[in-house]
Design a protein around this ligand. Structure first.
Ligand SMILES: NC(=O)C1=CN([C@@H]2O[C@H](COP(=O)(O)OP(=O)(O)OC[C@H]3O[C@@H](n4cnc5c(N)ncnc54)[C@H](OP(=O)(O)O)[C@@H]3O)[C@@H](O)[C@H]2O)C=CC1
Ligand SMILES: O=C(O)CCC(=O)C(=O)O
Length: 488
């Protein structure tokens, strides 16, 4: 079923199995961050009333949905996967036009969405509990799991296909119904994912999408007494506010927030490998990943050699509209995001960092209609500087020189975040120290800091998350409650 449009490029909410406009019929215009002349579409600027209708539909649909077998629910997820797979090119192109990441990256993300649907479709046929010996010889004791009920899903713009799917698919397979609020900036891309869900044949009310301002629809979900759980990815400030709101009314919440991810380059590292991974981890998606490399901590013995190789390779990066074949890095996703990145760069200079490369907004014919920033590298960065502490979400690397691995680890841990971290070394003792000492939910050896496998737990330590994990089988912990059963 295609989105019902009343005019071209006009995307509606999906509520109770129907495409509907918001009650006020107000909308937001989404444009291409690589080219302001390119209109991607209009999305609904919904109200609390629209949200209430979606939550009521999700609540009404939940009992019947949870009473289907896991196999029956899984079959619908498999169907959603097949439909999305058949539309990869179109969905990916919309993503590139709406948030700027290059087309190959957008295709990769959409294919990942397909794989996530299939993974969780399979979950419908896997075990849900344990048999536990009772102290009563005549009794049978076991655990099973039950869904939370209605789950509110609040997603960011940086992975507009993968994140909505990695939250909604497990919620659905375990028997919850879903009301999803996409990031406004990428709500057209998300509507295309919902077109696939609509066509897959979910019963009315099981999956709902309501777009609109975070402060109205996101906060409204967090406050809603009929929403039993909220899963959120985005900024720390909003995440914490959501957590407090949901906690206050006794709901369950899961927050995935920022990162300030280090890569350590040891003296014995394969430098070419480390350079490639630093560039890929730092600059792919224009640095707009919570797992992006942001601090590069290099042992002094190889500092100059590493720096030279890094700068040489960065100069080869091609920047432009991500739809074009030869472009490796696209724009920042919005004017706001560009301005945030530029203000961090300015702070880096003011606080004494030395700018080795980049630092400017790009201008000229290819760039004037978009939000392009140069790949940027600082050196002489110390841990007390803002650019060493705060998430930038842009293509900015801070080089830091250390004498030992111990010093590197201290520095790597000297931030409030703990999402992802990498080390490049060929020495097993250094690898083991890093695995033991690094405070991060994802530690990677001889691999870039970004990159998440859908079948493995994902989440952070410290301020990066609410300490729960998403993806893989870890998702069952958030989206269900355990019920202990005693039968005699
Ligand atoms: N961990 C990650 O992957 C991400 C981290 N970030 C970080 O956050 C910074 C700011 O990005 P931004 O897009 O503003 O992130 P936000 O945290 O504001 O947005 C994430 C989601 O939350 C919604 N939202 C916004 N305000 C509220 C609210 N008061 N209550 C409930 N939901 C709300 C947004 O809606 P709406 O789109 O309508 O505003 C969006 O759907 C980035 O520079 C980056 O550092 C951002 C995105 C992803
Ligand atoms: O690195 C990835 O693939 C996932 C990153 C992520 O979850 C995010 O940026 O929100």
């Amino acid at each position: 079923m295609a989105v019902q449009t009343t005019e071209k490029d006009y995307y509606l909410n999906f509520v109770n199995g129907e495409w509907v406009p918001s009650s006020t019929n107000e909308r937001t215009k989404n444009i291409n961050p690589a080219n302001n002349d390119d209109l991607v579409g209009y999305v609904q600027k919904s109200t609390k009333e629209d949200l209430d209708q979606a939550v009521a539909a999700a609540k009404a649909a939940q009992k019947e949905w949870k009473n289907l077998s896991g196999d029956e629910r899984g079959k619908i997820l498999y169907k959603a996967a097949d439909i999305l797979e058949s539309r990869i090119d179109e969905v990916a192109e919309t993503m590139t036009r709406e948030m700027g990441k290059t087309l190959p990256e957008a295709k990769g993300e959409t294919a990942r969405g397909v794989a996530i649907f299939r993974y969780y479709a399979g979950e419908g046929m896997r075990k849900v509990g344990d048999v536990i010996p009772s102290t009563d010889k005549d009794a049978f004791m076991f655990t099973t799991r039950v869904p939370l009920g209605v789950v509110g899903v609040i997603t960011p713009w940086n992975f507009p296909v993968a994140i909505p799917i990695w939250k909604a698919a497990p919620a659905l397979i375990y028997g919850n119904t879903v009301v999803l609020k996409p990031a406004t900036e990428t709500a057209v891309t998300c509507a295309k994912v919902f077109e696939c869900l609509a066509e897959a044949g979910f019963p009315a009310g099981v999956v709902n999408m309501v777009s609109g301002p975070g402060s109205v629809i996101g906060q409204g979900l967090a406050e809603h007494s009929d929403v039993n759980g909220i899963t959120f990815t985005g900024s720390n400030s909003v995440g914490k506010q959501i957590g407090q709101t949901v906690l206050a009314r006794g709901g369950k919440y899961q927050l995935e927030m920022g990162g300030k991810n280090p890569v350590i380059v040891a003296a014995d590292a394969d430098l070419d490998l480390a350079v490639d991974a630093t560039i890929s981890g730092g600059f792919r998606s224009t640095g707009q990943k919570c797992t992006a490399t942001s601090r590069v901590i290099v042992q002094s013995d190889v500092y100059e050699a590493f720096k030279e190789k890094l700068l040489t390779k960065i100069k080869d990066i091609t920047i432009g509209n991500g739809l074009e074949d030869n472009v490796w890095m696209g724009p920042s996703a919005s004017e706001n995001q560009l301005n945030t990145v530029l203000s961090y760069i300015q702070k880096g200079v003011e606080e004494g960092g030395s700018l080795l490369l980049g630092g400017e907004r790009l201008s000229g014919e290819t760039y004037d209609k978009g939000y392009f920033v140069q790949p940027t590298v600082f050196e002489g960065v110390t841990s007390d500087m803002t650019i060493a502490q705060e998430e930038i979400f842009g293509p900015v690397l801070a080089l830091m020189k250390v004498d030992s691995i111990e010093e590197a680890l201290d520095l790597a841990n000297d931030v409030e975040y703990g999402l992802s971290a990498s080390i490049f070394t060929t020495n097993i003792q250094k690898m083991l120290s890093f695995i033991n000492e690094m405070d991060a939910g994802l530690v990677r050896i001889n691999a870039e800091s970004a990159g998440v496998e859908l079948q493995a737990p994902f989440g952070g330590m410290k301020q990066s998350s609410s300490h729960s994990r998403e993806q893989g089988q870890a998702a069952v912990e958030f989206f269900t409650s355990i019920k202990t059963v005693f039968v005699k």
